[in-house]
Unconditional design. Sequence first.
Lengths: 381, 370
Amino acid sequence: MATGGGQQARPTRPSSFSRVSSSSFSPASSSSTSTSLPPGVRIGANGAAFVSSGIPDLDRILGGGFLVRSVVMVMEDADAPHHLLLLRNFMSQGIVHGQSVLFAGPTKEPRSFLGTLPSPVVQKEGLKIKHDVSDVQDKEKGLRIAWQYKKYFGELTAVDSHNRDKKQEYSSDFDLRKPLERQLLNSQNIECISTQDAFDLSKLQNHCLTFVSKLSLKDGINSNAGRIAIQSLCAPQCGYFEKDWDMLSFIRSLRATVQSSNAVAVITFPASVLSNSISKRWQHLADTLLSVRAIPDEDKDLAKLLTGYQDMLGFLHVHKVAQFNSQVPVILDASTYSLKLQKRKSLVLERLNQAPVEGSSGVSYATSGSCSSSKGSLLDF
Amino acid sequence: MAEGLIVRSLRDGSLPGEHAPALCLEDSLPSPLASHSHAVFRHLLASLLSTGTGTAVVLVAFHRSPSFYLSLLSPTFRNSIRLLDCYSDPLAWKSNHHPPPSSHSPQNITLLTNLNHLPHFLSSILHLAKDLGAQGHDRVTVAIDSVTHMLRHAPLPSVLQLLTNLRCHEKISSLFWLIHTDLHEPKVISSFEYISTMIASLQPIVQLPDYANANISASITSLEENYSNAKFNVRLKRRNGRVKLLCEELLIEQGSVKFSSVPSVSSVVAQNLIPKVQFNIQLSDKERMDRANVVLPFEHQGNGQNIEIYDGRRSLSESQKDPSSIKIGGLSEQKRGNNNKSEKGEIHYIRDSDDEQPDSDEDPDDDLDI
C-alpha cells in the first residue's frame, strides 16, 4: 500500500528554482534541465517555451501563450482597430518583463504609439497572500487525506501557491485606461521604426537582424526573449505595397531570423487589401493565425442572437495554433471569441453564447445562418 | 438620414488627436444611375458649403472644368471655395508650347500641370487650404473630383500616402473623393476603403440577371427601375470600433438629388458572421445562490412544517398498515404514505391490475436484506 501510494504521488518533486507549469504531472526531465529561464518565459507542454501575449484569456486559449521562435499573424479588419489592442497588450507585457521590443508601424511617428500602451493592473499584495493561505487551509479541511499522503499534498499546495505567484508575473492584466509609465518606455531596448516612406523592406529586415543579434549577445544561455511587433505590414500607403513577392520574402526571412533566436514576432496585416492568392500565402506563412472582425452597430438580429452584444467590441477568431515538438494538431472547442472590456479596463475574451430563443418565433438563427455562412468571406466560420 | 450623417460628419471634422474623417464615394456600372454619381458628389459639395460660413472647400477638379463648378455655386459661396485645376492641362501640353497667358483666370482657380509629382500636388493643396484659413474659414474640406483620374498619373501607394498625409494635416478638417469601382482592381478599391472612415456606394435597386439567359421583357422593366432609383449604401466606421450600416434610396430628378429612407432591410452581414454559438449553460454566482434557495414541491408540507423528503421505504411500511388502500384497483391516493406532499404536488397511483402482489409495485429492492 505504501509503495502504491508512493507511486501515485511521485510525479512532482519540483526544485524551487525551476518554474514548472501548473500541471503537476510534468516529466521529471524538465525540472532538472532548466536552471533559470529569462523573465516572462515559461515552459509548457512538450518542452516548448512560451511568452505571454498580454491577454490571460488568449494565453489560455492558445495553450500557454505565444510560442517563442514563432511568427504570429493577425488579420485585421479594415473597419475596426481591434488589432491595435492585441499589439498594445503584447508590447506592454514585454516591457513590463524587461524584454527587448522592436516596433514597426506605417506612421511617421511610430514612437507615439508607445504612449498608448496600457499599464498593468496593480493588485494589492496583502489580499493576494491572505487568499493563498486561506485556500490551503480550506483544502486541508475539505480533503480528508490519509496521513501518509499528506506529505506529498503539502508540497503540491506549496507549489501551487508558488506557481500562482509566478503565474501572476507571467501574464498580467492590463488596464487599458492607464498609460504605461514613462521610465519604462525610455529604456534602451525599445526600438521604433517607421515603414511608411520605405520603398522596400530591406531597411526593416536589417533592423530585425540587428535586434535579434543583440538579444543573443547577452549571456549565451540566459539571453532575454525579444518581441518584434509589426503593425499593418502591407498597409497600402507604404511605398513597397505593390511589391507582393518582396513582402513575402521579407516574412520568410523574418521567420528564419526568429527561429534561430529567442524572439517572437507578431505581424498584423489587412488581408482585404491583398489579392486572394497572396493573402493565402501570407496566411500559410504564419505559425499562429488570428483574425479580428468588426461587428455591426445596432444590429437587432445580432443582438437577438448573442447575449452580451452591447458590451462586445468585436470578434477574435483563431485559425491556427502553433505546435512545437508534436504532430498532434490543436483542436479548439470554440474558435471564435468576443472581445470585451471588463470593467472598462482590461480585455477579456469570451465564448459566444446564444441568447434564449423566444418561444413564439422558435426559429433558431444559428441554423438559418450556417447555411448562408458558406458564402462568407475568407474568414469562414 | 444617411446623407445627413455623412454631411454632419464631414462638417464637424475630427476630434483633436484623431485623423480627419474621409468619405469614399463609389459607383459602379450595374447601376446606370451611378453615372450620376457626380450629381451626388456635387450635392455633397453644395450641402457642405451651404451649412455656414465656417466651412470652406478646396476642390481638386479632374473630371470637369473649374468654371463648371463655379457656375453651379451661387456667388455667395464663391469665396469659400478654391479650385485646383487639373482638368485643363494635366499633361502639360499647352504650357510646354505656349507660355501660360498672364492669367485673367479668376482668383480662386489655380492651374496645376505637374501631376506626376505628388509632393508638389500636396503642397499646392495645402497652400490653398492655408489661403482659406487665412480668410477666416476654420474648417477646410478637401474634395477630389475623382481619384480614378489621379491614379492615371501616379502609382497607388503615393496617392494613398497623399490622402493619408492630408488626413493627418491640422489644416484639413475632412476629406472626400469619388472613385469608379469598375475601372480598378478590387484590391485598389479595398485600399481606398481601408484608409477612409465612411464608405458610400451606389448600387442598383434591382440586380440584373445575366443577359444571355434572362427573359428580355422582364429585364427591360427592371432596367427602367434602375434608371430612376438607386440604393445608397453607407458604411460608417465608428469610434467605438463598430460599423454602422445604412441603406437609403436615391432619386435623381431634374438634376437634383433626393434621398429617401427605405423600409428596413435585414442586414446580410449578420448571416455571414454567425459563428458556432452555444447556449450558456454555466450559472453565474447569483443564479447558483438562487437555485440553492429554491424549495421543490415535494420538499415542503405547504404550511411551513419540516422538510421531509419522500422516502420509498417509509411509504411501504405505512401502507402495509392499511392494505385496503393498495388492493383497491383504480385511484388510490396513498394519502398516509404520501402525506408529506403539499397540496400542489400529488402523485396519483393507478394500479395496473388487481392480481399483482402488493410487493411488486413497491420498491423492488425491499426484499433485499442488508
